[in-house]
Write a protein that binds this ligand. Sequence first.
Ligand code: F6P
Length: 319
Amino acid sequence: IKRIGVLTSGGDAPGMNAAIRSTVRIALYNGLAVSGIRRGYQGLIEADIDDMQIVDVGDIINRGGTKLLTARSEDFMTEVGQKRALDVLRMFEIDGLVVIGGDGSFKGAKRLWDMGFPTIGIPGTIDNDLAYTDLTLGFDTAVSTVVSAINNLRDTSSSHGRVSIVEVMGRHCGDIALFAGLAGGVEDILVPERKFDLDEVARKILQGRRRGKLHSIILIAEGVGKSYEIAERLEALIHQEVRVTVLGYLQRGGTPSVTDRILGAQFGQRAVELLLEDKFGRVVGIRDNKIMDMAIEEALNEPKRFDQDKYDLAEILSL
Ligand code: F6P
């Protein structure tokens, strides 16, 4: 391996820049050349590529988003697009590729590896929905962003004696809701991994009101269903105003947390080391506080996990 490429793909996540910086600098430190590919697989197909030097990743460790820009590429889903991507990689004399992204991006990396091209994946998504790793880049920052929003909502919800429903991201995964709910001390957490009973949610709110609670905050993961409909149904049950706040893309931006910056540094390091050791078709991650790596295929097949202990704990603490 003489030259590596690096790209970010799918939804951006705080900490991606820290991972780009680490990948580039570790590669240069080891005498490799680096090509930065802009706009993910789409930019790869369109050969939107430039050489990267140490200065190109200066002043980005503290920034959310991704310096390399990102995209969700339809073209790369097709065989023609994939072949074109492979041609471009060869044309630019790139002989190893680091892909920073979520499960869709990893499927793309697997495709390239199946076609014989050396790839390594770094998990970057706020959703934390990659089962093989305890943490994905961006999750920690996104949870903190949600917790600050909950803090703000508490103030106004108390003043008005309102119930607030807060919808958070996560696609089919309830981790953002679960972690932010536990940290934010909310009354209920609704996640796609567990069925919920709205009568039970209502009963809890009413019980709290009788005990003098001024407000209730219910966190809903986007994969659960339509927040506005749930709010209407809840209002009919409790005869109290229910307001919905959809945090949306606010959760995807912002300066990355210490955890995400350190993870980015370590993931980048391991990714380049794997390429240097001729270990390809793998993804890096963290398990039990240790940086690890495993075959992409295995990682993608890892059964989905849900932290029942935290869920139960949040339930008890919200009584
Ligand atoms: O995967 C990250 C994520 O932010 C999800 O939480 C969300 O469902 C989705 O991306 C939104 O995607 P887009 O940026 O394409 O609207």
